[in-house]
Design a protein around this ligand. Sequence first.
Ligand SMILES: CC(C)(COP(=O)(O)OP(=O)(O)OC[C@H]1O[C@@H](n2cnc3c(N)ncnc32)[C@H](O)[C@@H]1OP(=O)(O)O)[C@@H](O)C(=O)NCCC(=O)NCCS
Length: 307
Amino acid sequence: MYKIDTPISEQDFAQYFEMRWKMLRQPWNYPLGSEKDEYEQVSQHRMIRNHNGDVVAVGRIHMNSSDEAQVRHIAVDKEYQGKGLAKLILAALESVAREEGAIRLVTNSRQISIPFFESAGFEIEKEAPNEFGKLKRQQMVKRLSSPNTILLHPKWCKTLQDTWYETIPISEQMGIKIYQYSGRTLETRASLNKNINLHGTMFAGSIFSLATLTGWGMIFLQLKEKGLVGDIVLGDGNIHFHKPITMQPRALCNIESFNGKFDGLLKNKKCFIKLQVAILDGDTPVAEFSGLFGVLPISEDAEEQLS
Ligand SMILES: CC(C)(COP(=O)(O)OP(=O)(O)OC[C@H]1O[C@@H](n2cnc3c(N)ncnc32)[C@H](O)[C@@H]1OP(=O)(O)O)[C@@H](O)C(=O)NCCC(=O)NCCS
């Protein structure tokens, strides 16, 4: 699976810019150095490496004003195109734009990449000023009106949330919602008001349920990523509480906390995944949940009914 990285070291940046030059400047005989501009220092950069450590996808974002962010220099190595890498980079950049408070995301796209940006929800607004003489560009815009629109795999996330609400109705009463999924992290949130105890803080049982569902949901999404199916059951769960929740209940499960593999499912065998879920109150960590989940193979008949 591919992971989004942020270039940090000098070497990271050298590889990052080389990739940008190779894809976006060299083919038109522009000199080395022409791949950089005056916004590099104030931009956020993201990249993806392959299993050999070579940079195979890059992209950048900077704020044009307090509410407008601009995406530039997205490129994917020819051998890696069509695998969803540009989409991953764009989702990461869009997430930065939202965190910075942007409500408009703009890009100046070459003719050839217009379908890519259209597939990500951008619309052509007007012809863009022409920086490099020959290459005609269109200014494209995406409005970011809803701050917690799910960026990656919104359909899978909707299926997950509907599954919770249908099969565990109390999850809806608790106001548990998927907040964001990045491919590596699932964040859920719950309503404090709906889970309040006599001390005015969140009921511990609700926190446990939020953590369990978040771990369960992360396994559900990872199975989807791998094109697998399975029945997910909690075998063991422990939670350590450090502080009460008094404001905004949040739960985060990161793939780095996974211990276990899904390979057994391919041989019709049960698998076990250990994972951790961090519970936060706003930005303050307040509890940690460790869970051991079993994933049971689903019989072919049941699988057919599900598909
Ligand atoms: C444009 C580019 C970044 C797309 O990268 P990619 O990794 O192949 O794109 P993805 O696989 O993430 O595709 C995401 C979506 O865009 C669509 N898409 C991508 N390129 C497309 C094309 N040329 N025509 C139609 N659709 C396209 C995909 O079908 C996919 O749609 P889906 O989500 O509905 O399935 C890549 O082709 C590239 O690097 N081109 C050269 C550099 C460039 O022009 N960069 C843009 C800077 S202005």
